[in-house]
Design a protein around this ligand. Structure first.
Ligand code: ZN
Length: 220
């Protein structure tokens, strides 16, 4: 790793974004069929979102995801997952999701997970495949009890603009991430709000989140 790259990594505090304006501080999700790796940020994740499955034609997309992950151009697999609010049948979603899990394991990259109303299905896959790579539940908005359950299953929890404060308080420093996702609110503001919720200084929370990001995405 070059000195320049090391320095750039130190400002990455946003675990997941879709917005180019946040990319300089974030792991940016790339749209695999129109990926522009050089645009915006330097660090990316690649995967097929369950909403994309509605459009079919996933084979071409999947080839692109595999190529990007094998070429070392991305630092995480995802966002991928299970979503009961889409019309795509669960068996189809599960098949594509498993492919992402296997890719994450093969490439040694963490998995960024989107999960809507399908926690039991998700946990069943985790139990069955026993992944060694960390799984990050992105955009966590659940209740404190659900947070505890996921923490017991080894998840990292990533919080965006909206969440239950009690749930965030359940998460120990070493499993906590913040993200802008689709929000226009920047990561600095999300850090400020989260620091208030957790009763710590913003600077202290930045260090916590930065450390987790380096460990997860950069093996630092
Ligand atoms: Zn997202």
């Amino acid at each position: 790793m070059t000195e320049v790259t090391k320095r750039d990594i130190s400002c990455i505090l946003d675990a997941h974004t879709h917005r180019p304006e946040h990319a300089h501080m974030a792991i940016t999700n790339c749209l695999v069929d129109e990926v522009r790796l050089s645009e915006g940020g330097m660090f990316h994740s690649a995967g097929i979102h369950p909403w994309r499955l509605e459009k079919g034609e996933t084979d071409g997309l999947w080839n692109r995801v595999e190529t990007l992950c094998r070429a070392g151009e991305v630092v995480a697999v995802g966002e991928t997952g299970l979503d009961k609010l889409t019309d795509v049948p669960m068996p189809e979603q599960l098949a594509v999701f498993r492919k992402h899990v296997e890719l994450s394991e093969r490439c040694g990259l963490p998995l960024i997970v989107h999960c809507v109303k399908a926690m039991s299905e998700l946990l069943a896959v985790k139990k069955e495949l026993c992944p060694r790579q960390p799984w990050i539940w992105h955009g966590f908005r659940g209740k404190p009890a659900q947070a505890r359950q996921l923490l017991n299953h080894g998840f990292y929890l990533s919080f965006g603009e909206h969440y239950q404060e009690g749930a965030m308080l359940e998460v120990p420093d070493e499993r906590l991430l913040l993200e802008t996702d689709d929000s226009v609110v920047g990561i600095e503001e999300l850090l400020r709000r989260a620091a208030k919720v957790r009763g710590v200084e913003q600077q202290q929370l930045s260090q916590v989140v930065g450390k987790n990001i380096r460990k997860l995405f950069f093996k630092g």
